[in-house]
Design a protein around this ligand. Structure first.
Ligand code: PFF
Length: 520
């Protein structure tokens, strides 16, 4: 080993770090957009069911498996899966998704995060706060993203500068390691994020009815848009898929990140209460803060039909077009605009560092590379991998990466993890392992849920997907002809990354086997 493995400094530290990973752009941009695009109240029932049957069980599974693997000095899925199922030669290769997935998400997440930093700056300097109509705000965004040249921007230069700044901040944090970098950042960023969120929530909830001719466009109806249940939607497969997908994405489960964070726990550290606290904090931020800011604010100003239309037109439009317009119409628009985008930046950075850690941990644990060197190697590789998202956004590359990294592999990896935990490790042993050092007992019903319901639910989702979507996706039915080469190249790139990781796993294991033989 290249020195002893890193460790968390305190229990509060790891809870903040996991909550930091979970609370991200997904809570404040993706959640409102998904909820609104799926009819508000119609979305919340499958969402809450998925939380209890998928999200929370997977949180416990990942915390437990991560701590278990850490005991064998493995911080990533190949090693952790191998520790659980030593007799199987192939299981470690399935674990590659736990390094690959976070890298894929990071390759576009970091770029979007950099927009929030840029918009914080634009709000502070008053650049965006004078814009008052939708079309102008939209063209500001498109110009910034390099999608068109207009009076605001010519080329994507400013966006690239903010991307570089964001990238360096991320690398800088992980360079200082688990305790000195990640934990230290999350301990002040998370409280600050909540303060920003509360300020905005209170401001939005105290909005009156800006348009007296539309008395129905008020806060109560805005909240009702999200919370009035609509049971008819339970019949729609698409709503279920979107809701389950959102639960995975928002909790950061099903992709290997929590495994890595939990691998830095010690054997006797509680995972039951800590896991639940982190998940609960995320839900508070998503449903209470996320749900009380964008949707009610947009409802009051634009009404229900417009919200659905805007959110269907693109995930980022509610956050980067509608929200700043709402805030611009209020007194102190510079302040509120800044608070909104800075909240997003804090949420983004505490998530993106968690996406970096699995690959770094893989280099450290499986190749005995010291942390600083591992971070520098990782930085060089991921910098290159981020470029397609930056330069080919207009060709649909980000959506493609989000589909594989942020949706498909999440569900696949979650299924593998659950089966491994409940059926290979075995539910009895798993139940004992969860409760080692635990501060509370998991309700007994979860023994049944984890063993039967969670895997069944995951199979249904996966099956439904394959049934409905594999053809159009594989044959790029919904991709414009001009974009097809870009999508194909993205897929080829993804395959190449996966292959490189597979070879690395092979090399690392055969090296270790040789070493073990020599010792014998
Ligand atoms: N949970 C983050 C969000 O809501 O934005 C995104 C994310 C981070 C997904 C880490 C997956 C992950 F492993």
């Amino acid at each position: 080993m290249a020195g002893k493995r890193d460790q968390w400094g305190s229990r509060l530290g790891i809870i903040m770090a996991v909550a930091g990973s979970a609370i991200g752009l997904g809570n404040f941009l993706r959640f409102p957009a998904k909820a609104a695009a799926n009819g508000g109240g119609a979305f919340m029932i499958p969402y809450l069911i998925s939380l209890f049957l998928l999200g929370i069980p997977l949180m416990w599974i990942e915390w437990t498996l991560g701590r278990y693997g850490g005991g064998f000095e493995h911080g990533t899925a190949p090693g952790i899966f191998h520790s659980v199922w030593k007799k199987n030669r192939f299981i470690k290769y399935f674990g590659i998704i736990g390094i690959f997935g976070p890298m894929v998400i990071l390759s576009y997440y970091c770029y979007i995060e950099s927009w929030t930093l840029a918009y914080s700056f634009f709000a502070l300097t008053g650049t965006t706060t004078t814009i008052t109509d939708q079309a102008t705000m939209q063209s500001f965004l498109r110009g910034f993203q390099g999608l068109e040249n207009n009076r605001f921007f010519h080329g994507g230069g400013p966006a690239y500068v903010f991307f570089l700044i964001t990238f360096v901040i991320n690398i800088w944090v992980i360079y200082y390691g688990i305790k000195g970098g990640i934990e230290r950042l999350c301990k002040w960023a998370m409280p600050l994020l909540f303060i920003c969120g509360f300020i905005l929530m209170l401001r939005v909830l105290s909005l009156g009815t800006p348009d007296p001719s539309k008395p129905g466009w008020n806060i109560t109806n805005g909240l009702g848009f999200l919370w009035n249940p609509d049971f008819s939607a339970l019949k729609s497969a698409k709503v279920w898929l979107e809701a389950a997908g959102q639960i995975f994405f928002t909790l950061s489960v099903g992709i290997g990140v929590i495994l890595t964070y939990a691998s830095y726990l010690s054997k006797g550290d509680d995972v039951v209460l800590s896991g639940l606290t982190a998940a609960g904090t995320n839900e508070l931020a998503e449903v209470i803060l996320g749900g009380c800011i964008v949707i009610p604010a947009a409802f009051v100003f634009f009404g229900p039909t417009e919200i659905e239309a805007v959110s269907r037109s693109g995930v980022f439009n509610l956050g980067f077009v509608t929200m700043p317009l709402v805030l611009n119409s209020l007194p102190l628009s510079v302040f509120f605009g800044f608070v909104w985008f800075f909240l997003l930046f804090l949420a983004g950075v505490t998530s993106s560092i968690s996406l970096s850690q699995p690959a770094v941990a893989f280099l450290e644990d499986e190749f005995n590379i010291g942390r600083k060197k591992a971070v520098l190697i990782f930085a060089a590789v991921i910098f290159i991998l981020c470029q397609p998202a930056v330069f080919f956004l207009k060709n649909g590359v980000v959506d493609e990466l989000d589909f594989w990294g942020g949706t498909f592999f999440l569900v696949l990896f979650a299924t593998i993890e659950t089966l491994l935990f409940a059926w290979v490790f075995g539910m009895e042993k798993a139940w004992d392992e969860i409760h080692k050092g635990a501060d509370m007992r998991v309700p007994r019903v979860y023994k049944f849920i984890i063993k039967y319901i969670t895997p069944l639910f995951l199979f249904c989702i996966l099956g439904m997907w394959l049934w409905q979507e594999w053809r159009p996706i594989i044959f790029m039915k919904n991709v414009a002809a001009a974009n097809k080469p870009f999508i194909l190249a993205t897929r080829a790139g993804l395959l190449a990354i996966f292959a490189v990781l597979a070879v690395s796993v092979k090399v690392s294991w055969s090296r270790k086997n040789k070493q073990a033989e020599r010792i014998r």
